[in-house]
Ligand binder design. Structure first.
Ligand code: GDP
Length: 304
C-alpha cells in the first residue's frame, strides 16, 4: 500500500533538491504535485484541500528551521501533516477502571470484523489479559462458527447464542442485543477483564443494521467502539465512516486489508473526516497479521 503515493511524493521532493531558497512559485508547484498525488491515491477531496492548504501556509510562513534545507523543510511539513491527519499520537485501548473493558466491533459485512475479533483477542491475551469473545453477529449464518474457529486459534473462549450453532446451513437466531448483554454478563461472572463483541454488518449502509448496532451500543455501554474498514474501498470509505459515526459514534478506527494494493486513500481520509484516531492495522488473513497503528511510522513509511 501507498507505494504509488510514496513514489510520487519522493519524485516531487527530488525536484526541490539543491534549491537554496524556495520561491512562492516553487512552493505552489510542489503543493500542486502533492495535491495530484493525494487525489490519485483516492484521498477524499476535502481532506486533500485542507492538507495542501496547511502545507502551503506553513511552507510560505515564517517557520524556518536553520538545520534543514528548503526541500527537507517541505518534507518535514508534509510528514507532520500526515501524522496529524492519521490521528496524531498512537492511541491505545481505553481500559475500564472497573473490568471488564467492553470493546464493540462495527463495520460493513466483509470489512474484516470477525477476523479482527480473533486478532485482537490473541493480541490482548499475549499482553496478559483474559478476553472473552462474544458472537452477536446473528445475520450471517456462518459468522458464529467463524468466530468460534478464530477463538480456538487464539486460545480465547467464545460466548455464542446457542452452543449448538455450528454448521453453515444452520443460521443463528435470536436477539443480538440480548446476546451481547448476556456475553458481557458472562465476562463479569467468569472474571474476564476484556470482552470483545462482534456485531453484524451488511453489504451497504442500512437503517435497520445501524439501529441494531446503536441498540447494542446502548445496551452494553462499551469502553471502545472500533469501526473496522476495508482499506481497499477507496472513496466510499468516507461515506461509510460518516454513516457509522452517526449511527454508533465509534471511538477508533481499524484499517483492515492494509496488505492489499489499496492506494491508501481510505487510511488518510477516515481519521481526518471523522476526527477519530486509527488505532489498529490489520495486514493479512492470519491472526498474527495485526498491529497497533502508529501515525508517525505510517507517515515515515509514506515518505520513505
Ligand atoms: P466481517 O464480515 O466484517 O466479519 O469480515 P471477515 O472477518 O469475515 O473478513 C472478510 C474476508 O476478508 C475474509 O475472507 C478474511 O479472511 C479477509 N480478511 C480479513 N482481514 C484481512 C486482512 O487484513 N487482509 C486480508 N488480505 N484479508 C483479510
Amino acid at each position: 500500500m501507498f507505494n504509488s503515493l510514496s513514489d510520487r511524493l519522493t519524485a516531487t521532493f527530488k525536484n526541490l533538491r539543491g534549491k537554496g531558497r524556495l520561491s512562492e512559485a516553487d512552493v505552489d508547484a510542489t503543493v500542486r504535485e502533492i495535491r495530484r498525488a493525494l487525489l490519485d491515491a483516492d484521498v477524499a477531496v476535502p481532506v486533500v484541500r485542507e492538507f495542501t492548504a496547511r502545507v502551503r501556509e506553513r511552507a510560505l510562513g515564517s517557520e524556518v528551521n536553520e538545520a534543514l534545507n528548503p526541500a527537507q523543510q517541505i518534507v518535514k511539513i508534509v510528514n507532520d501533516e500526515l501524522v496529524t491527519i492519521l490521528g496524531g499520537e498512537t492511541r491505545r485501548i481505553n481500559l475500564a477502571k472497573n473490568p471488564p473493558t467492553v470493546i464493540m466491533l462495527a463495520g460493513l459485512q466483509g470489512a474484516g470484523k470477525t477476523t479482527l475479533a480473533g486478532k485482537l483477542a490473541k493480541w490482548l491475551k499475549a499482553q496478559g489479559h483474559s478476553p472473552l469473545l462474544v458472537a452477536a453477529d446473528l445475520q450471517r449464518p456462518n459468522a458464529v462458527k467463524q468466530l468460534q474457529v478464530n477463538g480456538e486459534r487464539a486460545g480465547v473462549p467464545v460466548f455464542a447464542p446457542h452452543p449448538g450453532v455450528s454448521s453453515e446451513s444452520e443460521s443463528a437466531t435470536g436477539d443480538p442485543v440480548a446476546v451481547a448483554q448476556a456475553g458481557v454478563a458472562e465476562a463479569k461472572s467468569k472474571l474476564h477483564d476484556v470482552v470483545i463483541v462482534d456485531t453484524a454488518g451488511r453489504l451497504g449502509i442500512d437503517a435497520e443494521l445501524m439501529a441494531q448496532a446503536a441498540n447494542i451500543r446502548a445496551a452494553i455501554n462499551p469502553d471502545e467502539v472500533l469501526f473496522v474498514i476495508d482499506a481497499m474501498i477507496g472513496q466510499d470509505a468516507v461515506n461509510t465512516a460518516k454513516a457509522f459515526d452517526d449511527g454508533v459514534n465509534f471511538t477508533g478506527v481499524v484499517l483492515s486489508k492494509l496488505d492489499g494494493d489499496a492506494r491508501g486513500g481510505a487510511a488518510l481520509s477516515v481519521a481526518s473526516i471523522t476526527g477519530k484516531p486509527v488505532m489498529f492495522a490489520s495486514t493479512g488473513e492470519s491472526l498474527d497479521d495485526f498491529e497497533l497503528f502508529h501515525p508517525d511510522r505510517m507517515a515515515s513509511r509514506i515518505l520513505d
